[in-house]
Design a protein around this ligand. Sequence first.
Ligand code: DX5
Ligand code: ZN
Length: 221
Amino acid sequence: MQQNIRIAPSILSADFAELGKEVKNIDAAGADYIHIDVMDGHFVPNITIGPGVVKALRPHSEKPFDVHLMVAPVDPYIAAFAEAGADIITVHAEAGPHTHRTIQSIKSLGKKAGLSLNPATPASAIDSLIDQLDLILVMTVNPGFGGQKFIENQIDKIQEIRRRIDESGRTIDLEVDGGIDTSTAKRVIEAGADVLVAGTASFRGGAECYKDNISQLRASK
Ligand code: DX5
Ligand code: ZN
C-alpha cells in the first residue's frame, strides 16, 4: 500500500561549509528524512562524505538519517555508518555479488535496510530480497551528481515495483531519487512512489525558501 508522501532532502545540494546549520534548517522546514549521499569515486564518479561527517551531523536533527551508499565494495563500511547514526542504510544492487549478505548485516546492526537500483537494473532485482527490505530506492538519474535530468523510462519500473511491494503485503518505502521537482514528483507519486528524494528542489533559494520548497513537493498531486 502506498504510504503518506514523505520528502527526503538530499544534503548534496546544501552548503557544505555550513552542513550542520543546513541540516537543522531543512529539518525545521519539514523534511521527513535527511538523505545523505555517500559516493566513493569508484562506484560513481564523485566523492562526497564519509561516516565522520554523518556522526558530526547526528546531533543536528532527530529525523531519520537516510544514508544512500554509492560505494563498492560496501560491506566494509556498513558498521561505520551504523555507528555514525544512520537509521536507514541503502546499498546498490549493482555494488557487489552478495547483496543478500549485505542486507542481513544491516539488519543485524538494528538498522533499516534499503536496496537501490540504477536506471538500467530491472525491477526483478528486488525479488529475492523483498522479504527483508524496508526501502527500495529507484534511481531516476545515473547516480553521481545532483541537478541531473529525470529519466522518463523509470516510471514503468516504479509501477512494477509498486505492484511487487503490494503483492508482498509488507510495509516498504518506495523511494525515488534524481531530478525530482514538482512536475516529476506528481508523476512518480502517481506511479506509486511514497518517499521523494530531492536535492536541488529542496535547497533552492536559500533557507527562507526551504519550507515552501518542501510543502510544494509534498503537495505535488
Ligand atoms: C544522485 C544522488 C541524489 C541527488 C539528487 O546520485 O543520489 O540524491 O543528490 O539530486 P537532485 O534532486 O538535484 O536530482
Ligand atoms: Zn541519493
